[in-house]
Write a protein that binds this ligand. Structure first.
Ligand code: PA5
Length: 388
């Protein structure tokens, strides 16, 4: 991957994008790259500017100024205000520090949008998000793969895992297809009193996977008053936060637990010899990763005891191949659920509505009617302001 090689020569990468143009990158990086990536000598450092929060943008700039920095703008539409505003700001800061547009890469639609015309005018590098691939389905395009490659992830393994999953899901009858099963379960529960779906991986490396899935699921199936609400959870942390609610609160959720059989490293606990710690002797010589797996099983058992529906996904290990497979599986499952729900899983009119109101409020040409409508609707909300 040529762009990945070019990027890997930088000391820092600032990636600007939001939603489907950001979450896939964060998910891949967390799952496959060393933890605490930006600590230590390793380069490039990676910073994602998604939320247009001035404190976050300023903090990123503080960390990259003076370093050889590449700016990546990722936007399928080439229009999103959160992305464009921060792109403009980082670009101007870089220009003031003598860093030219040659250090910029845009990843965008092949024809439309501001990023495309910017690349044509300035000669900045550009890559394509295929028009047929929606933002939240774009992680396996340049959108997610380029920075992952630059930072050292095995992109070929990710793609081959996705390809293997694609073949596996196509090879048998639909009734034996596990992605169709999970889609059907999600659909049936959503229309019979369980309008929420919890994804609970038992691995820190998959925490962002839940975040990525929440967008994929929420934006794909939340249409026409149907769908179900995705809930991100992380085992074992949420055993000590949410499992009380899950087992004894309302029976309104389907639970999908992802267990990773073999973690990237294993930790064996020391033998307990102190008298004062004797009650902990059951932990002597046990493995931490093994314990995490038992906790996943315990949560599944507790949920079943409470008559809650549980789906168990077992990953032998988390690497490029298994992650690529998992991504494809969840994309396929989501698109299938959308079809079962008889909605279009590939559009996002609710997101576009919010974008139009923002354009209007920011004074963009041709969006004044949206600005007026948003102001009127917001006035109703403001009447209920709680002052803190
Ligand atoms: O999935 C989607 O379509 C959205 O969440 C988009 O990814 C998000 O709104 C960002 O859009 P864009 O990539 O056009 O800037």
């Amino acid at each position: 991957m040529e762009a990945g090689e070019w990027l890997s020569s930088y000391e820092a990468i600032v990636d600007v994008g939001i939603g489907g143009s950001a979450l896939g990158s964060l998910m891949l990086n967390q799952a496959l790259l060393p933890m605490y990536l930006n600590e230590g000598e390793r380069a490039p450092k990676f910073y994602l500017a998604d939320n247009p929060d001035p404190e976050k943008a300023a903090a990123i700039w503080e960390r990259v100024k003076g370093k050889k920095t590449a700016l990546i703008g990722v936007s399928k539409s080439g229009a999103t205000a959160e992305t464009m505003s921060q792109f403009l700001w980082f670009r101007s800061r870089m220009a003031e520090s003598g860093e030219p547009d040659g250090d910029i890469l845009v990843i965008t639609d092949p024809e439309g949008g501001v990023f495309r015309s910017f690349a044509a005018d300035t000669g900045a590098r550009s890559l394509v998000i295929p028009p047929s691939v929606g933002g939240r389905y774009s992680v396996l395009s340049a959108c997610g793969l380029v920075t992952a490659a630059a930072l050292g992830a095995d992109v070929r393994a990710i793609l081959s895992g996705a390809e293997m999953m694609k073949r596996f899901l196509a090879e048998d009858k639909p009734e034996n297809n596990p992605a169709i099963h999970l889609a059907a379960l999600n659909f049936l529960h959503s229309i019979s009193g369980r309008p929420m779906t919890v994804l609970m991986p038992y691995a820190n490396r998959l925490e962002m996977f839940s975040e990525w899935f929440a967008q994929l699921w929420g934006e794909s199936v939340g249409k026409d008053g149907i769908g179900s609400t995705p809930i991100r959870a992380l085992g074992a942390i949420d055993q000590h936060s949410q499992v009380q609610l899950y087992t004894a609160g309302p029976d309104d959720k389907l639970y999908t637990i992802i267990n990773v059989a073999e973690h990237g490293c294993e930790i064996e606990l020391p033998k307990v010899s102190d008298r004062s710690l004797q009650s902990l002797s059951y932990l002597s010589g046990q493995k931490l990763g093994g314990m995490l797996g038992m906790e996943a099983a315990s949560t599944a058992a507790a949920l079943v005891k409470a008559d809650r529906p549980v789906v168990w996904i077992e990953l032998a290990r988390l690497d490029g191949k298994t992650l690529g497979g998992l991504i494809f599986f969840f994309e396929y499952m989501t698109a299938t659920a959308g079809r079962l729900m008889r909605i279009n899983p590939f559009d996002q009119p609710g997101v576009e509505q919010g974008k139009r109101y923002t354009y209007g409020m920011m004074g963009r040409d041709n969006f004044s009617a949206d600005a007026a409508e948003a102001a009127e609707l917001f006035r109703r909300v403001k009447e209920n302001t709680i002052k803190a």
